[in-house]
Every structure is written in structure tokens, then in C-alpha cells.
Ligand binder design. Structure first.
Ligand code: PHE
Ligand code: NA
Length: 452
């Protein structure tokens, strides 16, 4: 047997996992969900779920990867065999791969919008444009299957290229260059936001914790977001964990990932809401916050085209480092299971995701609201895909928590975690009881939505 593949440095897993975690979830989804759900109260629940549910599952998922040193599907086969537990747990690997497909298929389309906006900003065509023109231009983008398809293709090709080059030459080198660059860009945008916008209003909005602002729906969205933002439950973390150095601490690494991910979401929130409030605009604009509200703010500000363009580069880069973590688990499986070369395995994965992405592309135009013939339960295909992932991520997370908490032997877990007894007991209590309860709570509310 060849020796298992490992990241070059002890800290690379942290870098790779942060690359996976920080993405559209932080820059696009977190701000608009916060905006829709009244600000601080949403963030309070979100931080609580990250701590009590997200971090323990993050530890569990990376533990499964490192304990097996295999791709998620093969890794779960190995772990169930070596622990003599039910084959049913293998569903964790398969569900993860399935969810990774679906997420990448629409993630790529949305990241494509950012490519369009980077172009629009740098071209200067939005300078001084009025609000109506800017919101119409978003409509025009969505109405054009051709444009969406070009960007979707470009984005998915770029992620395939990086993963195709291998975990060292592709993923590691890519991340080592991209992550610091993204951080610098975020700092520039943040500094600009504070100077040119209304940082005081942004801070008040984000950090005024008034729990009565929060609906039950908001609670659930905060929980769903904490799974999405930490890349949990779809094998991404498990696949990267398989290459993790045996010396790195699982607990410390998971806490660092969650901390950085949350910090970046908050910094992005401060930057975006400073600009939005500074221009007298509304926070509660939903998914259009980044693609309509923010461009309107940039259009009026000095050098807004430049900072806006740079901001959308940040969005593309952050999305790319997340997308590669969705390609890796499936590609690694194909290599391991069928002995394919990595480029062929990656090629298969991205062609299939590209095809599935067509559902999302057409959801915004030829199959949109007005063409009911293509709708399931009154939803567009994109809504259905998003709905499926909203179920699969918490479900995957739940199974991971239960498997690590109940099915694995205490000895093995202790050895992988190599932490002191007290931490172990806290972790075990959280994955055995707290995380499952929280997830069950999400389900009881999500499932009835099928007919609503
Ligand atoms: N965590 C990523 C984000 O916040 C999304 C993602 C989910 C990436 C699952 C990989 C796996 O944008
Ligand atoms: Na994230």
C-alpha cells in the first residue's frame, strides 16, 4: 500500500478548511440573512449555534476524515468495517457526495454573477447610474441564459483546474496564494466602508441584540446558515481532514476555523452595511443585497467602481476556494475506487455539476415564475435544489454527530482527539445530545415546508 497522502504542512488543513468555509456564505448569504432577520438577534443565535453545534460537528467530521485517511465514501466504508458497526452509517459518505454535487451546481452559477459584476464595476459603466438602472441590470443578467451559462462554465472550469492539479500543486499552492490576497482585499474594502460609509449605523445594526426581533423562522435560518457557512455535512471537511497531519490538534483547529469564518462574516457585514446605510439604503433586500443594493451604494461613492470591482474579485476568489472543497471529495473517491487519473476524475465531476447547473441557470429565465409547467410544488428547480441541500446538510451533520458520538469507540476518538478528559467529555455531550436535538428542531420546521 502506498503511504497516505498528507498536506505539506501541519497548518495546511486549517488553511484549506478556512478556504472552504469562507465563501458566498459569509459575503453574500450571511449579510442578507442578517438584514432580513433584524440584525443583532440573528447574530446572537448564529454565534450560539456555531459554538454548540457547529464546532463539535466540525471536530467530528475532521476526525472521521483523519481516522480513515480516505475520501468520505471509502472512509465511511472503512470506519464501519473496522468498528463493526452498521453499514447504514455509510450513508454519510454517499449523502455527502450527493449534496456536494447539488451545492456546487448552483454555487457556481451564483459565483458567476460576481464575475459579471466585477466586469461591470471595472468597466465604470455603473458610475453614477441610478438605482432603477442598476436593479434592472441585475434583472437583465438573470434573464440571459447565455450570459449565466458563460460565467457558470468559466467558474466551474477554474475550480476543476485547481483540483485537477492535485492536492499539493493545485489546492495547497492555490490556497497559499489566494487566502492572504483575499484577506488583504477584505481589509481594503472594510477600511473603505468605514471611511466612506456609516460604520456607526452598521455596528448598531449588527450588535444590538434584541431577541424580540427574531422570528422562529429566523432561528432556523441561523442554524441552517451555521451548517452552510462551516461547510459541514457534505464531505468537504472530511475529505480535507483525510490529509491532515496527525500532529495537528482537532479541537484547536476546529475552533480556529469557526472563529475565522465568523470573524470574516462579521467584517464583511460591517463593510457592506456601512456602505448600504451610508447611502441611505435598506438592509432587508434579501439575495439582491450584494447584487443590487451594494452596487447602488458603490455607484455614488468616490472610486466606488474600483473598490466595487475589487470587492467582487474577493467574492469570486472566496467562492473558488469553497468550490474546490466540493470537487475534491467526489474526485478523490473516483480516483480511489476506480483508479482513475485525477484529471479524469475531476473532469467527470465538473461535467456532471455543469449539467446539473443548467437547472439553476434556467430557473431564472425560461423556467422562472411565469412558466409553471416546469415547477415542482410551485417552486423553480433552483428552489428545489436549495431546499434539498437545506435538508441534507443538517441531516449529514446529524449523522456525523451520532456516528462519532455513539458508534465510534471511545478509545479511537480519544486517540484522534488527543485532548484532555474534560474537553473530551464536553465534546461528547455536545455531539451526543445537544447537536442532535438542535438538528431535530430544524427538521421539524423544515419538512412541513414541502407543501408550503
Ligand atoms: N462554507 C461555504 C460558504 O460559506 C459553502 C460551502 C458549503 C462550501 C459546503 C463547501 C461545502 O460559502
Ligand atoms: Na462560510
Amino acid at each position: 500500500m502506498s503511504s497516505p497522502k498528507i498536506w505539506t504542512h501541519k497548518g495546511t488543513f486549517l488553511l484549506a478548511a478556512v478556504g472552504s468555509a469562507v465563501g458566498l456564505g459569509n459575503l453574500w448569504r450571511f449579510p442578507y440573512l442578517t438584514g432580513e432577520n433584524g440584525g443583532g438577534a440573528f447574530i446572537l443565535i448564529y454565534a450560539l449555534t456555531i459554538t454548540l453545534v457547529g464546532i463539535p460537528i466540525l471536530i467530528a467530521e475532521s476526525l472521521l476524515g483523519r481516522a480513515s485517511r480516505k475520501s468520505p465514501i471509502m472512509g465511511m466504508q472503512y470506519l464501519t468495517k473496522s468498528h463493526n458497526t452498521s453499514r447504514g452509517w455509510r450513508a454519510i459518505g454517499w449523502m455527502g457526495a450527493f449534496a456536494a454535487f447539488i451545492i456546487l451546481s448552483f454555487y457556481s452559477v451564483i459565483a458567476g454573477w460576481a464575475i459579471h459584476y466585477a466586469g461591470l464595476m471595472f468597466s465604470g459603466s455603473m458610475v453614477g447610474a441610478d438605482a432603477d438602472t442598476i436593479s434592472q441590470s441585475f434583472g437583465a443578467l438573470l434573464a440571459s441564459p447565455g450570459l449565466l451559462l458563460i460565467y457558470h462554465t468559466l467558474f466551474i472550469l477554474a475550480s476543476g483546474l485547481i483540483v485537477g492539479l492535485g492536492i499539493h500543486k493545485g489546492i495547497e499552492s492555490g490556497l497559499r496564494f489566494m487566502m492572504p490576497a483575499l484577506f488583504v482585499i477584505l481589509m481594503i474594502v472594510l477600511g473603505y466602508g468605514i471611511i466612506a460609509g456609516d460604520a456607526g449605523a452598521a455596528m448598531r445594526f449588527l450588535f444590538t441584540f434584541n431577541l424580540s426581533d427574531l422570528s422562529l423562522e429566523g432561528w432556523l435560518q441561523a442554524m441552517g446558515q451555521s451548517f452552510f457557512t462551516l461547510s459541514l455535512g457534505m464531505g468537504a471537511i472530511m475529505a480535507y481532514g483525510a490529509y491532515m497531519s496527525s500532529e495537528a490538534s482537532l479541537t484547536r483547529t476546529a475552533i480556529s476555523i469557526a472563529f475565522v469564518d465568523t470573524a470574516i462574516a462579521l467584517l464583511a457585514g460591517i463593510a457592506i452595511f456601512s456602505l448600504v446605510f451610508g447611502s441611505g439604503l435598506e438592509a432587508s433586500q434579501g439575495p439582491g443585497l450584494m447584487f443590487v443594493t451594494l452596487p447602488i451604494a458603490f455607484s455614488e461613492l468616490p472610486a466606488g467602481w474600483l473598490i466595487g470591482g475589487v470587492f467582487f474579485i474577493l467574492v469570486i476568489g472566496a467562492a473558488l476556494t469553497s468550490a474546490i472543497s466540493l470537487v475534491e471529495p467526489v474526485a478523490a473517491y473516483l480516483v480511489e475506487r476506480f483508479g482513475m487519473s485525477r484529471p479524469v476524475a475531476v473532469g467527470i465531476m465538473i461535467v456532471l455539476c455543469w449539467l446539473l447547473g443548467l437547472l439553476t441557470v434556467f430557473s431564472f429565465n425560461i423556467w422562472s415564475e411565469d412558466s409553471f409547467s416546469h415547477q415542482l410544488f410551485g417552486r423553480s428547480p433552483f428552489d428545489v435544489l436549495e431546499f434539498i441541500t437545506n435538508i441534507m446538510m443538517p441531516l449529514g451533520g446529524l449523522l456525523i454527530a451520532l456516528f462519532a458520538g455513539w458508534a465510534l469507540s471511545r478509545k479511537e476518538v480519544m486517540r484522534e482527539m488527543s485532548t484532555n478528559e474534560n474537553w473530551f467529555h464536553i465534546w461528547q455531550f455536545l455531539v451526543r445530545f445537544v447537536a442532535p436535538t438542535a438538528v431535530a428542531f430544524v427538521f421539524l420546521r423544515t419538512i412541513p415546508q414541502i407543501d408550503g
